[in-house]
Design a protein around this ligand. Sequence first.
Ligand code: NI
Length: 269
Amino acid sequence: MKIFETHAHYDDEAFDKDREELINSFCDNNIYAVTNIGADLAGCRATMELIKKYDFFYGAIGIHPSDVEDLESFKDDEKALSILRDMALSHERVVAIGEIGLDYHYDDTDKILQEKWFVKQLDLARELNLPVVIHSRDAAMDTIDIMKREKSEDIGGVIHCYSYSKEIAKIFLDMGFYIGVGGVLTFKNSKKLKETVAYAPLERIVLETDSPYLAPEPYRGKRNSSLNIPYVAEELANIKGVSVEEVYEVTWNNALKLYNISDDCETSK
Ligand code: NI
């Protein structure tokens, strides 16, 4: 049994006290692959350090819509992009550009700036032939408009922490994207996500945590880690009417396809 954690932030300060100990416990808990996701520039640099240190770690390099000021502050868009490009090219276990997208949750959102860097990072992914990890919150229609305009179906990737309806899921699935599912699936009020998961083929779902955020029940509100994936997998197995083992096997293969990881470069641990 092998678990692929497709989305976590182990660079987060929430792990400063026990990061090494926690990560070293993963193999004993069937977590055989982890993709650490960059969200700001410091997080991207820390992601590079993590993938150099742990050979079962993969990395995504990109700037979250709420952190695009990190790129804007260079006052030189090409220079800012070249920093991301150089990082992505510097290691073979950088497997995606992300997380990138739109987040309209907060009132002070600069939509124009978010769109600008979403498009530029989609272009970077296309240039580097890497899939994208999409963060989209309260911005479904604009996300779809931009992705269609930019022909993102040619790029591929995952809609991480999927939070929209099953009707919208159909649009992303039709574009070839995977749906990232984590702790929210175990929440009592997650009716919409449960419907989406019932609708989407298991072959298009990947397991994630977004650690340290979004811990599943019964740990809701606490620090999350990949060790909590079984709570999500059990809920997913229930909804799909399959065994947990099947969920792990199918989602493991989905993650390899999503991140274009070939079996022979898969970790032997
Ligand atoms: Ni995230």
